[in-house]
Design a protein. Structure first.
Length: 257
């Protein structure tokens, strides 16, 4: 009887853990919108910006007429939000797993730095490589990520006007954060090795950015990025329930043996 009680207690504890995990996942599940923050870099204030927010179907960030005697680039952000787009969603301690994806189309000048992608600004400082950027860059052709937990080149050459799908998967294993990146661009999906680091994403935000370099001559540079089919998701509660059922079944099976 004591043995049965012990296994019953273990099963109950598992149930509490799953319930807690399900509650944590509900935090990311509350994301319902996006917020656009123009000109986090504003080296060319006289340029014309284009900022269209139709989350989750599409977000457009664009700049035109970037020229002047000094300065490097203008940069615009969008970030996930759970309050109708009033503020950015900040990842918490319970946000231990998610998958985010989008298609991305960058157009405009390719003689200057003209890039866009996912960005995690490393607010808590745990990334050894600084800000994480998972980008498409038609100027260099680079399609991959750098910063954050490391570096990865997908091997696919990005061409302006094409629209690959970029996906980030994140999961926490104790004190170790793990991320994996994938690109689909009209062929088989290319997936990075798992990138791990000691740390997590608590206090950070997740979203996208567009960056366009200026020039010293009029009429200046122009370009834009269109982020389509934006999504962020976590494991479904039913998945957790099946996992819990499997654990309890295993415990009972061991009891009978």
């Amino acid at each position: 009887m004591k043995t049965l009680q012990r296994y019953t207690c273990k099963a109950t504890l598992i149930g509490f853990c799953l319930a807690a995990a399900s509650g944590a996942y509900a935090q990311i599940s509350s994301i319902n919108s996006a917020i656009i923050t123009p000109r986090v870099w504003n080296d060319f204030p006289s340029a014309t910006g284009t900022y269209l927010n139709n989350y989750p179907s599409s977000i457009t960030l664009g700049e035109s007429g970037e020229y002047g005697a000094t300065g490097y680039a203008n940069r615009d952000f969008w970030q996930f939000s759970n309050d109708g787009g009033s503020s950015a969603y900040v990842l918490g301690a319970g946000d231990t797993a998610f998958t985010a994806s989008m298609t991305l189309d960058v157009t405009g000048d390719t003689t200057v730095d003209n890039e866009a992608g996912f960005i995690i600004p490393n607010a808590n400082g745990s990334f050894g490589g600084g800000d994480l950027q998972f980008i498409a860059d038609p100027t260099s052709g680079f399609l991959g990520f750098f910063g954050g937990p490391g570096y990865w080149n997908s091997g696919i050459t990005y061409v302006a006007g094409t629209d690959p799908t970029l996906q980030i998967s994140y999961w926490q294993t104790g004190a170790t954060g793990n991320m994996q990146f994938s690109v689909t661009d009209g062929g088989p999906t290319v997936t990075s090795p798992v990138q791990s680091w000691t740390g997590n994403l608590v206090g950070d935000v997740l979203g996208g950015y567009y960056q366009l370099q200026g020039t010293t001559s009029s009429p200046g540079t122009l370009g834009q990025a269109v982020f389509d089919d934006i999504s962020i998701s976590v494991p479904e509660p039913s998945t957790l329930a099946f996992l819990g059922l499997g654990m309890v079944t295993l415990l009972l099976r061991r009891r009978r043996i």
